[in-house]
Design a protein around this ligand. Sequence first.
Ligand SMILES: O=C(O)C(=O)C[C@H](O)[C@H](O)CO
Ligand SMILES: [Mg+2]
Length: 403
Amino acid sequence: MPKIVAARVIVTCPGRNFVTLKIECDDGTTGLGDATLNGRELAVAAYLTEHVVPCLIGRDAHRIEDIWQYLYKGAYWRRGPVTMTAIAAVDMALWDIKGKLAGLAVYQLLGGACREGAIVYGHANGTTIEETIEAAREYQRQGYRAIRLQCGVPGMASTYGVSKDKDFYEPADSDLPTENVWSTAKYLRVVPELFAAAREALGWDVHLLHDIHHRLTPIEAGRLGKDLEPYRPFWLEDATPAENQAAFRLIRQHTTAPLAVGEVFNSIWDAKTLIEEQLIDYIRATVVHAGGITHLRRIAALADLYQVRTGCHGATDLSPVSMAAALHFDLSVPNFGIQEYMRHTPETDAVFPHAYTFADGMMHPGDAPGLGVDIDEALAAGYEYKRAFLPVNRLEDGTLWSW
Ligand SMILES: O=C(O)C(=O)C[C@H](O)[C@H](O)CO
Ligand SMILES: [Mg+2]
């Protein structure tokens, strides 16, 4: 058996913070897992170092499911983003090790490819509708078949999804949380205009997506869905905070716009009602925040019974290790829908050399044994952790709102 002899947490900041777990076996084989929880990185780093790593030493690295159960049930305190991100990192690293020992890419271990590649969507944003459409045209030129559209809201100084850097999306930017201001009324006016202009300019052969980022009430989401229906959105994401899964019943009564939810979910229980009642069309839970490949496959299997497809979160705060794990998952599950892809900066790509590739709007994890991602530890050591927070959002009267 490949015995685990060491495990370490590597924190690095090549433009943004990443937390990576590296597990080592007695034969020298190593595996990597992403443990990055944006804005709360060191909580997971400490959870792993103090409470998980000591329990891993001496275990058989091949026993992925048993180790998952051990860490989940064994903690007694179940679920939550910190716990589930830590478990995810171990899970990813163990799949990486199993693949390397078998000489196979992880997607082969998961049952093999169900498709030639994973369609991905890019993130076009701008302060105005025109700028957003120009950014979308650039994605089209690069071969993307699906594009998420986010534009500034007239009268608001800043809004979610409109990045300072057009090429590399990065919301976590400050030593203390930035404060944004929000008006639902102003937002509900601009998005239908954005989609009307986008169909006019980009045509109908491209999938258009939009992220509401948890900001509407269910009835407002129903309204927006109706307004966007003529432009055939691929999905509306995170329409309303989904702690209350039943709230989506109300949205469903009012619109046929496809709904996607789940980037903040950390277990199957967060999505159970949404899936079983077919209240969503895409489940966006990710490998890194929802317990790893092992648990995400369980979520996907439940979703498959109800014709809910996957659409994994893939923002820049998910490291290339997560991106690779997501692509192995995407290739192997029958009910894959789409994968989010926000490119990392060249600094990040240099720290995490990887085998995955992009061509013609599709991505492939590559055929290197394991996940196909490495970490250049010498380079990583040169980028010191910098505390960064996600912004907060307030209504114009100062009420704290969902960001
Ligand atoms: O990529 C998305 O859909 C997001 O909503 C990005 C998130 O705000 C970001 O990953 C938070 O860390
Ligand atoms: Mg989102």
